[in-house]
Ligand binder design. Structure first.
Ligand code: FUB
Ligand code: ZN
Length: 689
């Protein structure tokens, strides 16, 4: 068993009995681990103009608002009633407990960024309520405990009996474990961790070979168990995570001939054993948590078929099932992945939680393979389809992330607006936990290799090649392509700095042929060390800079920031003949408010020339793109159509819907080949309107 990569904290937990704890459930042996270790969020202090204000807003607005909403919507009351064993479950869904766990997780990361006694005390008080709601054997699920004779209708009469379908008992557990580990890492306290371990011990005693078996209906418990394994070193947690993965595709009650994903098991990624799965399928959030866990277990057990399966699924998603702004889960019915190339714009679902799950998955794929393509996708998701999920105010959210809003009938009522909370409020609380964990996604390490994945101004205190090294990033990313890294080893040290050269800077819109740039890259990526241009080799998308690093060494990399037209694979029918706009990692959209009230009438021909300009006063500071383009116009009498030259102003996709409701589009026709005629019944002659 290999514990080399377990943190110092683990040592407090490692006892002889822990190490022997695998007896009887020893089918998963930790023989290895991710070759690349992440650098903990606690080691990276952000100074970044783009991310730091967002993390601060998350701390100052999102987290307090989430806690307040958990109180106001009775989520906290559910725990109080469970402790008292009286009352009636007072919210809608049996997984509403997780909003509290996720907000505690976010608050924990946040406490390590911004220590706050008041928040710490509030979290501790909430943890007491969670502890009080836990049953003596560790079971924790307010939807049953409040009134076991009348549990939530999704919960089943007995514990676990509806877990495969909708009870979410293990989903709740998974979020509890994730929160508990973050809280422990951030604060050093074990109050939440002990609750999680008590619950996990119950789960491990109930499920396993010769005991109860289920493919959890909503994955995440697997990832959570792996985290508990990492913290405690107890093999049973890893074994149970693997056990849950192995249960997929075992249920006999599905109708495999059916094309209905609810009937054939696909919705739950349960139609085949995980090692036989080849496509990203079913409910996207469930799926991407599953794929994250597959990566975890493959890394820790060296399970090659599992590794091959998760690689194949990744390729399928990135080649055929991802929107150009990084969104996944195209289809609303079932909140799920569509068929290959099924990426409709008008009805795009793109749940915010799916983007959160995708960040977790891409990080793990990077740790497995050390290839920049995973960080490229992570960057695409982070800067576009994920942060679009929260308004600039930090307290208005999108559950789904549209690709196109067309208000052809002149009414704005059907167009989406951000909302402060949802009945099913998984997305806001998922963002609350993702944002403050961002410092943990900037770097990776393997022996003498130090990987830079994200370009985020920060100071990182690292140990590289057994020596203390401080790495300072200074940039104005994503608006400027000039990146600076100052390397400060305590003493001169040999190591390789591997700086990601983003795919988009090497002429690749995507690490697949799903999206490509319409025109080839013009600029080269130049790297200088101490002011001198340096030849470098490219390894898996990383510029490798081997050197005996000395205090104050400066690396500069200049990324080309031309405006790019992106075109989709012709199999994506919805994007045929259309272009999207990209500059650096940022995908753009046109919103009605900058474009004379419309966005659906704008044409972007190959001749249009875009100018980029940073506008500090707009949308908390964004670079806009402008060009003169043909705009389709209908005359006042509604009888003649023509195109007129108009300035198209595009804003970063993530910033849309912060100024009211109206049209928006990511994809623009490159030419006019046809016109859809829209009638306006309310304005027909004679109606008086
Ligand atoms: O089922 C729990 C959460 O609710 C899912 O992750 C979301 O997609 C929403 O359906
Ligand atoms: Zn969600």
């Amino acid at each position: 068993m290999h514990y080399a990569s377990l943190s110092q904290q683990v040592k407090h937990f490692l006892t002889a009995s822990c190490l022997l704890g695998a007896a009887g459930v020893a089918q998963a042996q930790a023989v290895a681990d991710y070759p690349i270790r992440p650098v903990s969020f606690t080691q990276v202090k952000l100074t970044d103009n783009f991310w730091l204000p967002r993390l601060k807003t998350n701390t100052d607005v999102t987290i307090p608002a989430s806690f307040q909403r958990c109180e106001a919507t009775n989520r906290v009351k559910n725990f109080e009633m469970a402790a008292a064993k009286s009352g009636k479950f007072a919210t809608t869904y049996p997984f509403d407990d997780t909003d509290i766990y996720k907000t505690i997780e976010g608050a924990s990361y946040s406490l390590s960024l911004y220590p706050d006694e008041h928040l710490k005390e509030y979290v501790d008080a909430l943890i007491k309520k969670v502890a009080a709601a836990q049953e003596p054997d560790g079971y924790l699920y307010t939807a049953r405990t409040i009134d076991p004779a009348h549990p939530h209708s999704w919960a089943g009469k007995e514990r676990w009996e509806k877990e495969r379908e909708l009870s979410h008992e293990l989903y709740n557990s998974g979020h509890l474990y994730e929160a508990a580990v973050a809280h422990y890492q951030a604060t050093g306290q074990k109050n939440l961790l002990n609750i999680a371990l008590k619950n996990a011990d119950l789960v491990c005693s109930v499920f396993g070979p010769g005991r109860r078996a289920v493919a959890p209906g909503h994955e995440i418990v697997e990832m959570g168990l792996v985290k508990l394994y990492r913290v405690t070193g107890q093999a049973k947690y890893l074994n149970t995570a693997k056990f849950f993965l192995d249960q997929r595709g075992q249920y006999k009650g599905y109708d495999f001939k059916s094309t209905d994903e609810w009937k054939n098991g696909q919705y739950w990624q349960d139609d085949k054993p995980v090692v036989a799965q080849t496509e990203a399928e079913g409910h996207a959030v469930r799926a991407e948590y599953l794929y994250s866990a597959m990566a975890d277990v493959a890394a820790l057990t060296g399970d090659k078929p599992l590794l091959a399966a998760v690689d194949t699924i990744w390729k399928n998603m990135v080649t055929k099932k991802m929107y150009v702004q990084g969104g996944t889960g195209a289809v609303g019915g079932g909140e799920r992945f569509g068929a290959n190339y099924e990426l409709p714009n008008a009805t795009a679902y793109n749940e915010t939680c799916a983007s959160v799950a995708d960040v977790y998955w891409q990080q793990r794929m990077f740790q497995l393979h050390g290839d920049a393509k995973y960080a490229d996708i992570m960057e695409k998701v982070l800067y576009n389809g994920l942060i679009s999920g929260v308004g600039l105010d930090g307290k208005s959210f999108f559950y789904t992330n549209a690709m196109q809003i067309k208000g052809g009938l002149g009414t704005k009522d059907t167009e989406p607006a951000r909302s402060g909370w949802f009945d099913c409020s998984c997305c806001p609380t998922n963002l609350a936990r993702l944002f403050p964990s961002l410092p943990g996604y900037v770097y990776g390490q393997h022996d003498k290799d130090l990987y830079v994945n994200l370009f985020v101004s920060s100071t990182a205190n690292l140990t590289v090649n057994k020596k203390p090294v401080q790495l300072v990033q200074q940039n104005n990313y994503p608006w400027d392509g000039g990146l600076k890294f100052v390397v400060n080893p305590a003493a001169s040290t040999d190591f390789n700095l591997l700086v990601r050269v983003p795919g988009w800077a090497r002429g690749e819109a995507m690490p697949s042929d799903l999206y490509t740039f319409a025109t080839p890259t013009k600029s080269e990526v130049v790297i200088k060390v101490n002011g001198k241009p340096t030849a470098y080799t490219l390894r898996n998308g990383y510029a490798v800079l081997p050197r005996k690093w000395r205090k104050g060494d400066v690396v500069e990399m200049t990324l080309p920031m031309d405006v790019r037209r992106v075109v989709a694979n012709p199999n994506v029918k919805d994007d045929l003949g259309k272009v999207a706009l990209q500059r650096g990692p940022i995908m753009y959209c046109a919103e009605w408010t900058d474009n004379k009230g419309k966005a659906s009438n704008l044409v972007v021909p190959p001749t249009a020339t875009f100018t980029a300009a940073y506008r500090p006063e707009l949308l908390n500071g964004v670079t806009t793109l402008t060009a003169t383009v043909p705009a389709v116009q209908v005359d006042a009498a509604a009888s003649t159509i023509q195109t007129v030259p108009q300035t198209l102003t595009a804003i970063p996709y993530y910033a849309w819907a912060n100024r009211g409701k109206g049209e928006m589009t990511v994809w623009f026709p490159a030419q006019i080949v046809d016109v859809d005629l829209v009638t306006r019944p309310a304005e027909l002659p004679g109606t008086g309107k």
